[in-house]
Design a protein around this ligand. Structure first.
Ligand SMILES: Nc1ncnc2c1ncn2[C@@H]1O[C@H](COP(=O)(O)OP(=O)(O)OP(=O)(O)O)[C@@H](O)[C@H]1O
Ligand SMILES: C[C@@](O)(CCO)CC(=O)[O-]
Ligand SMILES: [Mg+2]
Length: 379
């Protein structure tokens, strides 16, 4: 039996980091996906195939464990109906299984992803043999939600495999609300292993798609009433969301009052941005774009004061500003990807010149369609 699932990456238009501390943030799905194929052996063949295999196709890596070894090391303490957090002890046991795989040193950043895979797989499907094949269109660890898309696509495939009606349908189809809610909870537990203290915005927008306003777990789906085009620049500077999130928390412990004001300001920015995007007023698109530009500028300044910007991000901001374009980091910062608003009136020549200059620094520029579908499955 084979089930496929896919889940999109995301951009955060406003509110990253502050959202971990209770502020509002605005995020949208993008049309770059992580794909998971789950192959379960037939019952009769399962006895001859007692392995759980994970293939990361883009990286040409394969990891494999015998089911007996998984049973020996991982305490079985959960089931599909109630998503639960991975305990510290279980995580330590899983780390032993990951270490046994001798991940190449230059790919050691994958360890948290592989631990998450083992935790989600065994929690949802138990100790059963399977082959799981993963491919992604998202850059790893760059602010476009690769970790969330990975967790959401994986849990979608795992949950889809236990849906009783597997009638073949053409193309991708979405999951029902109950399963979406369930997979989003599991994906959040997976994100906890990768991020430490995620807000849940990344897995939520990857699961539900479209554009959302998110605050302390509360989701408002946004209906955009204006065109929104963003250039995405990947600085290719590697970073780690977990470390950046904990850096902001440490700064908050040292300066609680100052940081509270910063988070409050970000909250206002996200709410104002959501209102502009949804507004049906007679205000011209150009005027709305001017407001968004200014909000992005203020948000970037506040992210700088949280300590999550980077010299490569400053280079993108300075370069785009030469062409009268405004940019802000997206996701956890510290390198990774930067968003540049492309107003409707901006000419293709201006964008081409900006892209040419950005690429001359070794950055990679691309556009993505904003606000598409969330998690989908295919039998
Ligand atoms: N396709 C994948 N396969 C295996 N592991 C993955 C995959 N995608 C992401 N990961 C795991 O997620 C980690 C990157 O997550 P991280 O949260 O740091 O970055 P991100 O999600 O791309 O950016 P952000 O959280 O800022 O949006 C990788 O180091 C890896 O452990
Ligand atoms: C930095 C952060 O705000 C967004 C990462 O995409 C972390 C989170 O919300 O979990
Ligand atoms: Mg992430």
């Amino acid at each position: 039996m084979e089930v496929k699932a896919r889940a999109p990456g995301k951009i955060i238009l406003a509110g990253e980091h502050a959202v971990v501390h209770g502020s509002t943030a605005v995020a949208a799905a993008i049309d770059l996906y992580t794909y998971v194929t789950l192959r379960l052996p037939l019952q009769s063949a399962a006895e001859n195939n007692d392995r759980l295999t994970l293939q990361l196709k883009d990286l040409s890596l394969e990891f494999s464990w015998s089911v007996a070894r998984l049973k020996e090391v991982i305490p079985f303490d959960s089931n599909t109906s109630t998503p639960a957090s991975c305990s510290g002890d279980t995580l330590k046991s899983i780390a032993v299984l990951v270490e046994e795989q001798n991940i190449p040193e230059e790919k050691i950043w994958l360890s948290s992803g592989i631990s998450t895979f083992l935790w989600l797989y065994t929690s949802i499907r138990g100790f059963n043999p399977a082959t799981v094949i993963i491919t992604t269109e998202l850059p790893y660890g760059s602010g476009l939600g690769s970790s969330a898309a990975f967790c959401v696509a994986l849990t979608s495939a795992l949950i889809a495999s236990s849906i009783s009606d597997k009638t073949h349908r053409e193309g991708w189809c979405s999951l029902d609300e109950t399963n979406l809610e369930l997979l989003n909870k599991w994906a959040f537990e997976g994100e906890k292993i990768i991020h430490g203290k995620p807000s849940g915005i990344d897995n939520t927008v990857s699961a539900y798609g479209n554009m959302i306003k998110f605050c302390s777990g509360e989701i408002t789906r946004l209906q955009s009433n204006m065109p929104l085009r963003m250039l995405i620049t990947n600085t290719k500077v590697g970073r780690n969301t977990k470390a950046l999130v904990s850096g902001v928390s440490e700064r908050t412990v040292r300066h609680p009052y100052a940081m509270k004001s910063v988070f409050n300001a970000v909250d206002s920015i996200s709410k104002e941005l959501a209102a502009i995007i949804q507004s049906k007023d007679e205000v011209s698109v150009t005027e709305k774009e001017e407001s968004i530009k200014e909000l992005m500028e203020i948000n970037q300044g506040l992210l700088q004061s949280m300590g999550v910007s980077h010299s490569s991000i400053d280079t993108v901001i300075r370069t785009t500003l030469k062409h009268k374009l405004t940019s802000k980091l997206t996701g956890a910062g510290g390198g990774g990807c930067v968003l540049t608003l492309l107003p409707t009136v901006v000419s293709g020549t201006v964008v081409d010149k900006a892209v040419e200059e950005l690429e001359s620094y070794g950055f990679q520029c691309f556009t993505a369609s904003i606000g598409g579908n969330g998690a989908e499955i295919c039998f």
